[in-house]
Design a protein around this ligand. Sequence first.
Ligand SMILES: Cc1cc2nc3c(=O)[nH]c(=O)nc-3n(C[C@H](O)[C@H](O)[C@H](O)COP(=O)(O)OP(=O)(O)OC[C@H]3O[C@@H](n4cnc5c(N)ncnc54)[C@H](O)[C@@H]3O)c2cc1C
Length: 404
Amino acid sequence: MDFELSPRALELRERLAAFIAEKVDPAEPVYRRQVADSGDPHFHPPVMEELKAEARRRDLWNLFLPNKKWGAGLSNVDYAPLCELMGRSALASEATNCAAPDTGNMEILAEFGTAEQQDEWLVPLLEGEIRSCFAMTEPWVASSDATNIQSRIIRDGDHYVVNAHKWWTSGAASKRCKVAILMGVSNPDADPYHRHSMILVPMDAPGVTVVRTLPVFGHDAGGGHCETLYENVRLPASNILGEEGGGFALAQARLGPGRIHHCMRAIGLAERALELMCERAQLRTAFGKRLAEQGVVQDRIAESRMEIEQARLLTMKAAWLMDTAGNKGARFEIAAIKVVAARVATNVIDRAIQLFGGAGVSDDWPLAQMYTHARTLHLVDGPDEVHKQQIARRELRQYEWVRA
Ligand SMILES: Cc1cc2nc3c(=O)[nH]c(=O)nc-3n(C[C@H](O)[C@H](O)[C@H](O)COP(=O)(O)OP(=O)(O)OC[C@H]3O[C@@H](n4cnc5c(N)ncnc54)[C@H](O)[C@@H]3O)c2cc1C
């Protein structure tokens, strides 16, 4: 296994770290103030456009996209440390046009979109002019099993008619969100893996309604996680993505890279929590000793460091396999790191919150928000149990001969 970063990645990491330290971190309070002053939690503040312009000036743009025609063309191993750096910051991913769910949507469009679809949607997404969402999960079926998805995409002459009820569609509340990639049943008589298609739905198409945003632990922020309705939405047949009936394969193709990006960012999140924990431990004194001198605090710091290092190595292994054996060849490692990275981030942030005392759960520090995000990572892009099931099945297959 070779985790050596290319000279280009090393140079990019240095410049990205400088951009985050010089521009992005100082912009965080400005961003929060501009959003608060607007009275709209989904407001797109001017400071973000300033950051995006600066990222482009510094050539730190679309780094996530391995496709050389459209993106930076970095390998997964090379992108991993950059994505980790972005994960430390609340704003860096969007500032560099590397934020979910757009990244997964851009990858699908770059890989499987027609020239017309790429002109209409991929180009403005790559330019950072619009945003997008991904609508798979539904309120009335267990959507962790994608074969359960029930929304309908029915062919009618030169058109498709979409009827769907979705929820947890991240980003749909933003006025800048112009298109959804929606998954639904197009071929009900086919086998469960060829029943579904994906279709591009302009958010301003007649029949599309954003019903509400779903708060997470009582908070509503960012682009909003939305419940959305699609009622008799009539779309040109050319809006279908890839082949009719090929939605399941597209979902697999989209979720592989998306998951590992979540993991890379989660490790950055855990690193930031550990850094905050160490600084606080050095500063605060209780019962005549600095917290840093308490054995239990040292134990938690050591556990955190060890867990982060383990998670990073597994992430790098998955990234390396994606580069050398393809996304399919890396699927078990991706499943494993999706569980491990979420667990490590949640553990480390939880320890940091405990060390901070009351401040840890306040909004004066970023830990509560970081915890919220880390906790949702156990669910997004498939709950932990589904990934573990996949890993366990592979292990057990090797011992099926015992049954005979
Ligand atoms: C913050 C956030 C953002 C999200 N963003 C998006 C988005 O942009 N687009 C989108 O389409 N979806 C999104 N989701 C939805 C997310 O992908 C789903 O919640 C997830 O896939 C689980 O589906 P479900 O909620 O229907 O849970 P269900 O499928 O009902 O599963 C519920 C629980 O059942 C258990 N379970 C399921 N399968 C098994 C098994 N095989 N073995 C044991 N236990 C099992 C697990 O504990 C699981 O959590 C988001 C969710 C959150 C919380």
